[in-house]
Design a binder for this molecule. Sequence first.
Ligand code: NDP
Length: 325
Amino acid sequence: MEHRVRIAQTGSPDVMSYESFEPPEPGPGEALVRHRVIGVNMIDTYHRSGLYPTPMPGTLGVEAAGVIERLGPQTSGLGLHEGQRVAYAAQTTGAYATVRSMPAERLVPLPDSVPDEVAAATLLKGLTVEVLVRRVHPVRFAEPVLLHAAAGGVGSLALQWLLHLGAKVIATVGSDAKAALVKEQGAEHIIVYTRDDFKAKVRDLYPEGVPVVYDSVGKATFEASLDCLSVRGLLVSYGNASGKPPPLDIGSLATRGSLFVTRPTLFSYTRTRAELLASANALFEMLAKGALKPHISRRFLLKDAADAHRALESRETTGQLLLLP
Ligand code: NDP
């Protein structure tokens, strides 16, 4: 019998229920993937809480690694075969399950060098980082960068990739324990932003401001992040961990020095299979040369997915979390 974690209404983690189900045969263009490891992402909590709309009732989750169990019709020409190890980062929910049918063209074949757990810990988050630091804004050697929530799932991978590029990273974190972790990874400056005014600290370090800020925290940091930018600087607002950023007065970008703001999502940068595979290859290269090392801090059984959500939302986690079916 197969199992999945469903919600029938939005709300707290208590709305999640573990149930058995009969998976449908894969349709045209689909592959049935048997999950070995499932990635936990902040976005899963947004789907559950209702911050991001998702079909209801529905199965949560957008990322997993596993094996192709069955290929549906019209799936040739993608370089996929039954029994192949694959992973995916999906725009649609359904990963908190023992098996799932996925559009085959969104599956990424896994090289032997990338174990299942590493794939589930890094595919969605690592592709996001690839997009952020190489394509949304190609970070230059010695460029000062402000990175929020640097001990988190995406944040810790972003920190490593930025350091690999030679950026001078100012990392913010929510606690001293997280600061110690980020220090170990080599961040140039660390600010505990739950205690200290990060805008003042950034201006102490760089009186002219920094050219780029990566902000996944949203509501709590958005305005002050804009205030950290140098003239013609770029705010990359890519998440809402503390809630949606406030509405933006476009005119305020002029008075603050002709600033830029972008709100990227991974999926508009990996729309085609070619874009998806190129991004994945860049990630796999970073993993293979040891420049990127996931920090898998906790593993939960799939049936305990609600506990993973509680941990993530209480800000007590670092690195990546996994669910084991
Ligand atoms: P994280 O592991 O980074 O967890 C979220 C972190 O945000 C917390 O650990 C915490 O770190 C910080 N945070 C600040 N304020 C709050 C708050 N009020 N409640 C909870 N957490 C808070 O999660 P992920 O790595 O899964 O995701 C990180 C961010 O990246 C999310 O905002 C997510 O939406 C975004 N994202 C965006 C994508 C895109 O395509 N645009 C794709 C993937 C992720 P601390 O205690 O150090 O402040």
